[in-house]
Write a protein that binds this ligand. Structure first.
Ligand code: GLN
Length: 267
């Protein structure tokens, strides 16, 4: 961890061109801003596929993506094991959706087959039945984490089961999350946080951002977030309010109906 002692932090965004479908890159900006607002310098390092992944950053971010790019990202990280070393050396990791799935033991590739994951989280992902899990999601965080309700949105076809060495980030109150029958969402192990929450999740949940930062720099001074509080109130209200389009539902193909990309909006 190169720079922590010097009062600056490095945040690595892994393969944004492969794992950047759902705006999760914004999580890096949130972390950097929350550090700068406390007088701590922050450097965002974008790593593209084929480039050597740095082993000495303080925080590593992985976003969501489709099955194919997800498989390429996993292959790169399994090859270099740079993330494994960084975690061993005390780095924190936030992995969202496809990023979360590939940190597990196995996940599903574009061929529908099981692919080897990084094994940094004791979770296994399989293709879920029916269509994609799409919509707003609300999570009661594990009380031990001392976090408020988490808000985000989800869009995934696969479901994830927790192994004995993983504990859930929380329990789903609205939406699907891991959707493995136990209402669990995400997984936490040491300084690693995996979740299905897009948003970007840290923009909607600054307490989670501070939780991740505190895991590498120690306790942080509290910050006022009136705008974010207003956003959270609005999104949480929307999630709890049943709505024909935005409430979480399983989008299944119906004969003669256009696929997900052609969702018909009710005017
Ligand atoms: N491709 C994975 C799935 O469908 C992850 C999707 C995502 O990252 N949003 O489950």
């Amino acid at each position: 961890m190169s720079s922590r002692s010097a009062g600056s932090l490095s945040i690595a965004v892994l393969y944004p061109e492969l794992l950047g479908t759902y705006g999760d890159g914004g999580n890096a900006t949130v972390l950097a801003r929350r550090l700068e607002w406390r007088g701590i310098e922050a450097e965002i390092v974008e790593v593209t596929a084929g480039e050597a992944t740095p082993r000495t950053c303080d925080v590593y971010l992985l976003g969501g993506g489709e099955d194919g790019p997800q498989t390429l990202a996993a292959r790169e990280l399994l090859g270099s094991r740079a993330l494994h070393q960084a975690v061993d050396d005390g780095a924190a990791v936030l992995a969202v959706c496809a990023g979360f799935q590939l940190l597990g033991t196995t996940f599903v590739g574009p061929d529908g087959a099981a692919h080897e994951g990084l094994g940094l989280l004791d979770v296994a992902t399989v293709r879920g039945d029916g269509g994609r899990r799409v919509g707003e999601i609300v999570v009661e965080a594990d009380p031990d984490l001392g976090l408020p309700e988490l808000t985000g949105y989800e869009n995934h076809a696969c479901v994830t089961a927790l192994g004995p060495d993983a504990r859930a980030l929380g329990r789903v109150s609205v939406g699907y999350g891991n959707d493995s029958g136990d209402r669990s969402e995400g997984a936490v192990a040491g300084r690693i946080v995996g979740t299905y929450l897009h948003g970007p999740v840290l923009a909607r949940n600054p307490a989670l951002a501070d939780h991740i930062l505190a895991s590498v720099v120690g306790l942080l001074d509290p910050l006022d977030d009136p705008d974010v509080d207003a956003l959270r109130d609005e999104r949480l209200a929307a999630a709890h309010r049943p709505h024909p389009i935005t409430s979480t539902r399983r989008w299944a193909r119906r004969p003669g109906r256009p696929t997900i990309s052609g969702i018909r909006r009710r005017r």
